[in-house]
Design a protein around this ligand. Structure first.
Ligand code: HEC
Length: 156
């Protein structure tokens, strides 16, 4: 009997600790991920812009490089569990990742029309997620302006 009691007691304590742990880890994820989310978004924007310029110049080597960079930042965004109560990782996996995959496989070929249109669909998914998370005022739009001290021509 004494044994049964102590088992019950420790089960309760363990469950209590588990709950406390879960609550504090969710709170930590929320607190910790906001600057990380903003930095990741900012890098996604840069890599998307640079990919766009590489597409404009039909520069396969450079596009391949930026597609890999994009992939890494998308993985980083997938690892952000939540921010401001929004399930970031899940949304990135459901909305952006499939569109990125389609773009990446198009980019492995040389049909620039389909590369460009799959890239446009990927950008649409960026904006769909901004709408889904209440950031509809963040509207990503392709531009052919090159603000970088870098040439996107393919023959250099
Ligand atoms: C989870 C859905 C989601 C997806 C997918 C997503 N974003 Fe975001 N984005 C957000 C949220 C949420 C914020 C606001 C972040 C904050 O509160 O700090 C944001 C903010 C931004 C910002 C503002 C930060 C800045 O530096 O101005 C940019 C730019 C941005 N996203 C670009 C992109 C691009 C480009 C893509 C697609 C390649 C993308 N986002 C995909 C949710 C998403």
């Amino acid at each position: 009997m004494a044994n049964k009691h102590s088992i019950n007691f420790s089960t309760h304590v363990a469950a209590g600790l588990l709950c406390a742990g879960m609550i504090s880890s969710v709170a930590q994820a929320d607190e910790g991920s906001e600057p990380e989310l903003l930095e990741t978004m900012s890098m996604l924007q840069t890599m998307t812009h640079k990919s766009s310029l590489a597409i404009d110049h039909k520069n396969s080597g450079l596009l391949d490089f930026y597609a890999h960079e994009l992939e890494e930042y998308i993985e980083k965004a997938e690892s952000i569990e939540s921010s401001d109560g929004k399930p970031i990782g899940q949304l990135v996996k459901g909305m952006l990742a499939p569109k990125f995959k389609a773009f990446k496989s198009a980019a492995e070929g040389s049909d620039w029309k389909s590369i460009s249109s799959s890239f446009d669909s990927m950008i649409d998914s960026c904006n769909s997620c901004h709408q889904a998370t209440g950031y509809n005022f963040i509207n990503i739009k392709r531009t052919d302006k090159n603000p970088y001290m870098q040439s996107f021509e393919s023959d250099n």
